[in-house]
Design a binder for this molecule. Structure first.
Ligand SMILES: C[S@@+](CC[C@H](N)C(=O)[O-])C[C@H]1O[C@@H](n2cnc3c(N)ncnc32)[C@H](O)[C@@H]1O
Length: 368
C-alpha cells in the first residue's frame, strides 16, 4: 500500500466541545448498521433456514416486501459489517472505519493492514476512504498494465471507443477489441487453440499478436470475405467450420447483423424470420460442438430483436439450443452498444411500438 493519502494532511484542529458530538454522529449510522447486521445474522437467517430459505434469498425477499426500508445491497453490507467485526466496540478505531473496511475490502489480511495504517497515521475517515479508493484504482491500473488491456471484473463490458490496436477502423460490425481480449482472458489458458470463424477485420488475431499476455495461444481465422491474408475464406454456414472434430479449445462467434430479422414490410413474418435466424444459430452451435475438445469453450454474441410483432429472445433460444447439445453455460456478459450504432428497428405491420436493442449478450458454454 502506498502512503499518498497522508502526505498533504492538514493539522488537526484543537479539541472542542463539539468533538465528542462529532464522534457520536460519526458512528451513529454505523451503530445501527452493526445492530441491523447482528439482528440479521442471529435472528433472521436462522429463522429463514428453519423455513428452508437459504443464503441471500431471505435478504432479497425482504427487500421486495412493499414498504420495507432497506435495499438488498444495504442488508448485505450490514451482515458483512457484523460478521467481519463482531467485536467492533472493542476495537480502537471509530466504528465507521470498520463499516468502510467490511464493505469495501474483501481480503481479511488487507483489512488488518488498513486498520494498522489508520491507527498509525491517525487518519480521518475521509482520508481513510480516499486511501482505499486510490489503492483500488491503482490496483485496476496495475491489472491493465499487466495484461495490456482494460480488464473488466464485472459482467457488464462497456467500452466508449474501440482500442485502435485491434481490428480495422470503419469495418462494418467491428467489435471493440477489449471485448475479445476480456473473453480470451476469462475463457482460454496458455496453449489454447482459438478459432474465430467470422473474423471480420481480424480483431482476434490482432489481440493475440499484440498482447504478450496471450502470446502462447494459437489462432485460426475464417470469413466469407477475408479482409487480410491471415484470414482464410470460408462460408461456414455452407461448408461448416474447416477444423477437425475435437481439436479446438476456444471459439469466438460474432455473427453479422444479416443473421437477424430486419423486415420493414407489412407482410414481414416474425415466425419465418425467427426460424431463419435460428437455423444459422443452430448451424453455428452444432459446428462449435463438433470441433470443440472436451472442456473446450465457445462464446457467442447474441441479442433480442423487438419489432411490431413483440420480442424474439434469441439469447434464450440459443441457450436452449446449447442445452440440447449438452453444452453447459459458464458465462453471461452484457455488452451495451454505443447508442449511435443500435440495430435497425423492425417496423413492418401493425402491433407494438418497436424498440431497438442496445445491448448484446455474450453467452459462453463449455463442452463436458
Ligand atoms: C460482426 S462481423 C465480425 C466482426 C469481427 N469480430 C471484428 O471485430 O472485426 C461478422 C463477420 O461474419 C462474416 N460472415 C457472414 N456470414 C458468414 C458466413 N456464412 N461464413 C463466414 N463468415 C461470415 C462477415 O463477413 C463479417 O465479417
Amino acid at each position: 500500500m502506498s502512503k499518498t493519502a497522508t502526505a498533504a494532511r492538514p493539522k488537526r484542529a484543537k479539541a472542542s466541545s463539539l468533538d465528542p458530538l462529532i464522534e457520536r454522529l460519526n458512528s451513529f449510522s454505523a451503530d445501527n448498521y452493526w445492530d441491523l447486521g447482528k439482528f440479521l445474522v442471529e435472528r433472521v437467517i436462522p429463522a429463514a433456514l428453519n423455513e428452508g430459505i437459504f443464503g441471500d434469498q431471505v435478504l432479497k425477499r425482504m427487500a421486495d416486501v412493499p414498504g420495507f426500508k432497506f435495499p438488498y445491497a444495504m442488508l448485505k453490507q450490514c451482515m458483512k459489517f457484523f460478521t467481519y467485526y463482531p467485536d467492533v466496540q472493542k476495537r480502537k478505531l471509530p466504528e465507521i472505519f470498520y463499516f468502510e473496511l467490511a464493505t469495501k475490502v474483501d481480503d481479511s489480511r488487507k483489512r488488518d493492514q488498513y486498520e494498522r495504517l489508520a491507527l498509525k497515521e491517525k487518519m480521518t475517515i475521509s482520508e481513510f476512504q480516499k486511501k482505499i479508493r486510490e489503492d483500488e484504482l491503482a490496483r485496476r491500473e496495475d491489472n491493465r498494465t499487466q495484461f495490456g488491456f482494460d480488464l473488466k471484473e464485472r459482467n457488464v463490458w462497456s467500452f466508449d471507443t474501440p482500442d485502435p490496436r485491434f481490428g480495422r477502423s470503419g469495418y462494418k460490425g467491428r467489435l471493440p477489441g477489449q471485448v475479445i481480449a476480456n473473453a480470451l482472458y476469462y475463457y482460454t489458458s496458455p496453449g489454447s487453440v482459438v478459432v474465430d470463424p467470422m473474423a471480420g477485420s481480424g480483431t482476434t488475431g490482432d489481440i493475440l499478436e499484440a498482447l504478450p499476455y496471450f502470446g502462447d495461444r494459437k489462432v485460426r481465422m475464417y470469413d466469407l470475405n477475408p479482409s487480410d491474408s491471415r484470414i482464410e475464406r470460408a462460408n461456414i454456414l455452407l461448408t461448416g467450420i474447416p477444423e477437425q472434430s475435437g481439436s479446438v479449445d476456444y471459439l469466438f462467434l460474432d455473427p453479422p447483423s444479416e443473421f437477424y430479422p430486419g423486415g420493414e414490410d407489412a407482410d414481414f413474418s416474425p415466425e419465418l424470420a425467427r426460424s431463419e435466424t435460428m437455423m444459422s444459430m443452430k448451424s453455428l452451435m452444432r459446428e462449435s460442438n463438433r470441433i470443440l475438445k472436451s472442456g473446450g469453450r465457445v462464446s457467442i454474441l447474441v441479442e433480442c430483436t423487438t419489432g411490431t410483432y413483440g420480442t424474439i429472445d434469441f439469447p434464450y433460444e440459443v441457450n436452449a439450443l446449447a442445452r440440447e447439445l449438452g453444452l453447459k453455460q459458464i458465462g453471461k456478459v452484457y455488452l451495451p452498444r454505443r447508442s449511435d450504432s443500435s440495430r435497425k428497428i423492425v417496423t413492418g405491420g401493425e402491433g407494438l411500438r418497436p424498440m431497438a436493442s442496445d445491448c448484446r449478450e455474450m453467452l459462453t458454454f463449455e463442452k463436458p
